[in-house]
Design a protein around this ligand. Structure first.
Ligand SMILES: Cc1cc2nc3c(=O)[nH]c(=O)nc-3n(C[C@H](O)[C@H](O)[C@H](O)COP(=O)(O)OP(=O)(O)OC[C@H]3O[C@@H](n4cnc5c(N)ncnc54)[C@H](O)[C@@H]3O)c2cc1C
Length: 378
């Protein structure tokens, strides 16, 4: 796939930014578990936080291939930064683009796109993970406000988001058709940030619980109509999965580059280990599978841009790219031998960060369900 001039320009800009601003602090923020607020500000200025938003609402108005390229380039040096930006764009602002009224779009999207406000997405609950239709958070309309009670877990950007798009049950008797979506502000009465999770990887991203205790949400913050929340969120995840594919791709690319550099410099038995066929085979497989994943991520992005069906394809690209990223990072660490096990080299971070891509926005098992359902439906 040839990239257009605009896509190539964005690739160069994103790579330059990632290498000069993100890479130098990636190991430190990972070790400290520190969300890099100063990077978020800079990325707002670069347009990286408005990548799925049309220009009329303050976004870049660029296509999904450009968006995937930015996530790939950021993740190539830092999975945490890739995840934070992906969650902000394709989970935080996308549902407002999909289902927001004109008033909601004009109110929220410019602030979110500039990075003045970070955005998050709350679907998962303690008892509603893969089966997100089991939402237990309740929203009851009282006068001109909905009163929300419940808990969302594992919310990326949760500790820093000014706005969170989330689901709650408004009509429990209707099951999945009784779930509605809301835009909630972090300063609404009854909005509380709960536990800050300590994680295996993507440690410099923020993952928190969000607790609603009689949280008062104005009626006009309903997103779409009552009962449309689940549909809006599933549509959002179709797009989001492309960005997790792009994140997996970037992590794998970074790990492979680190493995190649190490294999050329490390000598054993009197020669560089890159001259051993066992090492060459691992590198050849990495390069092949990364290329296949890149084609899938870019092609699925193109399908989305052309308004063609892409739900099964986005599940395929996430499934393939995340499986590939786990394999590539495992072998990249293996090529480093004992050195790969320690924090001195970035490869152990890539290995830990890659695991998230097999879990977030639907596990690999759930991607297979989505794909099989689509293939077997006729
Ligand atoms: C770092 C991180 C960030 C996240 N960010 C967000 C976020 O911003 N917003 C948000 O809403 N959520 C977020 N999540 C939640 C994520 O989407 C869920 O963890 C994921 O969907 C799985 O849900 P679960 O953890 O409850 O696992 P479970 O659903 O309990 O699954 C446990 C195991 O059972 C398997 N399983 C479940 N059902 C089936 C089935 N029908 N067939 C076969 N196997 C099955 C799963 O694949 C998995 O292996 C995040 C998670 C992590 C780890």
């Amino acid at each position: 796939m040839e990239l257009t001039e605009e896509q190539q320009m964005i690739q160069e800009t994103a790579r330059r930014f990632a290498e000069s601003e993100v890479q130098p602090i990636a190991a430190e923020i990972d070790q400290m578990g520190k969300y890099p607020l100063e990077l978020i500000e800079k990325m707002g200025g670069m347009g990286f936080l408005g990548l799925v938003v049309p220009a009329e609402y303050g976004g870049t108005g660029t296509d999904t291939v450009c968006y995937s390229i930015v996530i790939e380039e950021l993740s190539r040096v830092c999975g945490s930064t890739g995840l934070s930006v992906a969650a902000h764009n394709s989970l935080g602002s996308a549902p407002i683009c999909i289902a927001g009224t004109e008033e909601q779009k004009s109110k929220y999207l410019p602030e979110i796109s500039s990075g003045e406000a970070v955005a998050a997405f709350g679907l998962t609950e303690p008892q509603a993970g893969s089966d997100a239709s089991r939402t237990q958070t309740r929203a009851v309309l009282k006068g001109d406000k909905y009163i929300l009670n419940g808990t969302k877990v594992y919310v990326t950007n949760g500790g820093h988001a000014r706005y969170m798009v989330m689901t709650a049950m408004t009509q429990p008797e209707k099951g999945v058709h009784g779930i509605s979506a809301f835009i909630v502000h972090n300063d609404f009465p009854g909005f509380k940030i709960g536990t800050h999770e300590k994680k295996l990887g993507v440690r410099a991203s923020s993952t928190t619980e969000i607790v609603f205790e009689d949280c008062e949400v104005p009626k006009e913050n309903l997103l779409g109509n009552e009962g449309e929340g689940f549909k809006i969120f599933m549509q959002t995840l179709d797009g989001g999965r492309i960005s997790i594919g792009a994140m997996a791709l970037g992590i794998a690319q970074g790990a492979m580059e680190a493995a190649i550099a190490y294999a050329k410099e490390r000598h054993q038995f009197g020669k560089p280990i890159s001259e051993f066929q066992a090492i060459q085979n691992m590198i050849a497989d990495m390069a092949t599978e990364i290329r296949a994943a890149r084609l899938m991520v870019y092609d699925t992005s193109r399908l989305k841009d052309e308004g063609k069906p892409f739900s099964a394809e986005s599940a395929m690209c996430k499934l393939f790219a995340s499986t590939m990223a786990m394999k590539v990072t495992t072998n990249a660490l293996q090529i480093h031998g004992g050195y790969g096990y320690f924090t001195e080299y970035p490869v152990e971070r890539y290995y830990r960060d890659a695991k998230l891509t097999e879990i977030g926005e639907g596990t690999s098992e759930i991607q297979r369900l989505v794909i099989a359902r689509s293939i077997l439906k006729d």
